[in-house]
Design a binder for this molecule. Sequence first.
Ligand code: ATP
Length: 296
Amino acid sequence: MDDLTLRIRDLNLRFKSLFSDTAVLHGISLHIRRGERVALVGESGSGKSVTARIVLGTLQELKTSRISGTVEVMGRDLKKMTEKERYALRGRDISMIFQDPTSSLNPVFRIAELFHEVLKRRDPGISAAAARARAAQMLAQVSIHEPERALDSYAFQLSGGMNQRIMIAMALANEPALLLADEPGTALDVTVQAQTLELMREMVERNATSVLFISHNLGVVREFADRVYVIYKGRIVEHGTTEALFADPRHPYTRALMAAVPRLTGGGIPDVPEVSESFFDPMITHEGLREPEPTR
Ligand SMILES: Nc1ncnc2c1ncn2[C@@H]1O[C@H](COP(=O)(O)OP(=O)(O)OP(=O)(O)O)[C@@H](O)[C@H]1O
């Protein structure tokens, strides 16, 4: 099972404060092999982003979070790592792309300086000049034709589409094993979003990067992912290859989600109807796709 980039087993999450105790994830299990693009799809509030934040190792630092279960990144159990070790993993072996590129890029620094900080995560001694050269090379790969001009700019001086390309280039600059992509481009118009996804696909294929792709939009997922996990109220309700899932969606929630695929002409995301709690068990797994057994 060495080719597993990510394995999550029986992940549970609660947020507990003096006044409330809310269960958010209920026994999530999923895996991603090297070079696989795997989607976690579900509506707003289903628990996609918190799952990504646990993999990124940031939710562990929150005082109100209670996490149980196992998350292994390239065979390393996050729970057994120190906060410092998890920090080191982030930006070097795992990176993340967010929905809104412009607000995610720090406005106080020029793009070249942001790249320098990112590249230091893998090579702490890298000079500004070497970082700039690597950044220019990455920007050329995402089809930015005047990389030098972009490097001297601040994010707010550039378009949303341009910033999205920069964010992809930055997220992949250290050749991470795992990329977490949280609805990349949803803040942009649909044409730019489609270009962004195509670009991201080319980039991850080049280095056999594993991707956890988070989305509420099954239409986008169909274009991008090899496999899909459908999440509903913190539970995985169906799992299959993209092909199998689209050919034969079995869970009522998956069907409802398919019926609600946003139209390309805009008009927002239609509501997904509630499905009965009795549909939760058992999870539907399409043939031959059991979660891998623990090796130890
Ligand atoms: N820090 C927090 N404290 C308390 N509850 C939280 C916290 N962060 C998230 N939640 C709750 O956890 C649930 C899952 O949230 P999450 O952001 O993962 O949903 P999501 O599926 O990613 O939705 P979206 O598509 O809107 O981002 C929500 O009910 C949310 O309110």
